[in-house]
Design a protein around this ligand. Sequence first.
Ligand code: IMP
Ligand code: MG
Length: 179
Amino acid sequence: MPQTVKILDKSFKVLIHRDKISKAVKSIAKNITSDLKNSNPLFLIVLNGAFIFAADLLKEISFPCEISFIKVSSYKGTQQAKEISQLIGMNESVVNRTVVVVEDIVDSGNTIEKIYKELKSKKAKDIKIACALFKPDAYKKNYSINYTGIKIENDFVVGYGLDYLEQGRNLKDIYVLKK
Ligand code: IMP
Ligand code: MG
């Protein structure tokens, strides 16, 4: 595993090793299983970033559930865009259902808020949020993050699904921007 990687104009160094990520994902799956095994939840995967986390997480889930995908885009490079763009793909009926939103990372919380409000307006019964990574110091909302993998500092990271200008999503470990 390389200790540093160069992506476009920036250098990143290893922050979280794949083994630690894997342990965190298994622990989330265990907690979700004990809470939701009898509720036939709908897992809503937030693309693109959550694709690797979601695949790893859902391989650890063995109770009945549905899986679907939505897309929101709130980031341009390392700078957060002011406006969150539209939510695409919320096609399933969520009326009276338990929905687990699966995110790569919760940063400001804008994305989660957008999805949460949409699910509420569509009459979901119970909304849970699961994320691989959480930046507590950047989080500005009050929605509880029910299942958090690993908490990190307010720094820019790539790998394990997360990108820098659409690059780096395929890295197995998580890397942080070198300052
Ligand atoms: P939020 O809406 O500010 O919570 O940001 C959520 C989205 O921004 C995530 O789903 C990511 O796609 C992206 N994002 C936030 N922090 C990072 C980061 O450190 N690296 C890459 N993408 C990030
Ligand atoms: Mg994302």
